[in-house]
Design a protein around this ligand. Structure first.
Ligand code: AMP
Length: 398
């Protein structure tokens, strides 16, 4: 199958060509025809499956043939990074069309707020927004959704995890009753089913979810004492210099500490967490993408949706909160059929939690012996510190 099978507009096919897309991914194969038929859709698909194009392409195709003086499509995304990434794909696909889009997210300066206001008032064709910032504009009264035709909720599960349920329902109350609703989520817990029931009408359902790590990722666990974690990173970074390494930590405090420690050891390192201004985050990410900073330390705000190619190694400095986060973190490597590696540092108190992740994903990750310089690590016992490992792991803002 190729994209020609969908009967898409020529201008859109040219955009696809520029983006280098030739063959649809499975989610695109299934979702595009349904969305073109104007059906509501609930799709269970992870980032990395091509879900963004799965909804953008049919929506753009529909839009090309519409009157274009009002906001036609609203896409809600949980984080600014994801919103920006969706907008970048939107710009690529619609390059040869007259369509306009704008990304609306918190954290910018006053001028970006004014620019957003103009776009919302004059009616950009596609609005990609994080819920909080959009609500701020809605409260000011000038946003008109009366001609809206498509409403997309991307990474709906993450939005609910981040506490956006009320905001989403509030935004929905501003939308016209007759519209196409598309909900994408990496997981389908009952709360997502409930949300879908409230928002979608008679939806078609697609399930592409393989909540399993991609086959190209070589996974390994290092059993370590906490004090061995930093020396082990240093050892790994020096042992085999790689082009791009992403180090994940559950807490922003740890991200900052590792960034400082690695700087002291003379590594070129960047860090991303929720305390940074939006422009700072973008700069750090750009410099990582451009190969100026080979090492990036981040909280889970980066674990989903962020599309940086050729990350050769992901290091989990600590065990992620749950299996989903694990899959998303290590999924940053081995994108699009390439190979990558993912190392997870597991301390004694994290063993039980990691064992839970293995159980859920039905995998057993090889436990690798520590290099001699690092010394002996703890002995593996998946029942160690059962309860302790889950206590004290409240979700802070990342
Ligand atoms: P997504 O799951 O939407 O975040 O997409 C993951 C990555 O796959 C992005 O870099 C897309 O540009 C890329 N991608 C999506 N669909 C295709 C396709 N049909 N052909 C090639 N690359 C694709």
């Amino acid at each position: 199958m190729t994209f020609l099978n969908f009967n898409l507009d020529q201008d859109l096919l040219e955009g696809l060509d520029v983006m280098g897309f030739t063959k649809p991914t499975p989610i695109q194969e299934q979702a595009i025809p349904l969305i073109l038929e104007q059906k509501d859709l609930i799709a269970c698909a992870q980032t990395g499956t091509g879900k963004t194009a799965a909804y953008l392409l049919p929506v753009i195709n529909h839009l090309i043939h519409q009157e274009r003086d009002k906001i036609n499509t609203l896409i809600l995304a949980p984080t600014r990074e994801l919103a920006i990434q969706i907008d970048q794909q939107m710009i690529g696909f619609s390059y040869y069309t007259p369509l306009s889009s704008i990304c609306i997210y918190g954290g910018g300066d006053g001028s970006s707020f004014d620019r957003e206001k103009v776009a919302l008032t004059k009616g950009a064709d596609v609005i990609i927004a994080t819920p909080g910032r959009l609500i701020t504009h809605l409260n000011l009264g000038y946003v008109k959704f009366d001609k809206l035709q498509h409403f997309v909720l991307d990474e709906a599960d993450r939005m609910l995890d981040m506490g956006f349920y009320e905001d989403i329902m509030r935004i929905v109350s501003y939308l016209p009753k007759k519209r196409q609703n598309l909900l994408f989520s990496a997981t389908m817990p009952p709360k997502i089913r409930k949300l879908a029931k409230e928002i979608l009408q008679d939806p078609e359902e697609i399930n592409i979810a393989m909540t399993k790590p991609a086959a190209g990722i070589a996974q390994a666990v290092f059993l370590v004492y906490d004090k061995q974690k930093l020396p082990l990173i240093e050892y790994i970074l020096k042992a085999k210099p790689v082009k791009r390494i992403l180090i994940f930590c559950a807490r922003k405090k740890t991200v900052k500490e590792i960034e400082q420690d690695l700087r002291k050891l003379n590594f070129d390192v960047g860090a991303i967490h929720s305390d940074l201004e939006q422009s700072e985050r973008e700069n750090v990410l750009r410099s990582f993408k451009n190969n100026q900073t080979p090492v990036l330390v981040a909280t889970d705000i980066l674990s989903r949706g962020i599309d940086v190619e050729d990350i050769e190694l992901v290091i989990n400095y600590d065990v992620p909160n749950d299996a989903e986060d694990y899959v998303h973190r290590i999924g940053r490597t081995a994108r699009a059929d390439t190979k990558g590696a993912a190392f997870t540092f597991v301390s004694e108190k994290e063993m039980f939690q990691f064992a839970q992740i293995e159980k859920l994903l039905e995998i057993t990750v090889t436990k690798v012996k520590l290099p001699a310089q690092i010394g002996e690590g703890p002995v593996y016992n998946k029942d160690t510190a059962r309860k302790k490992s889950f206590k004290n792991r409240g979700r802070e803002k990342r």
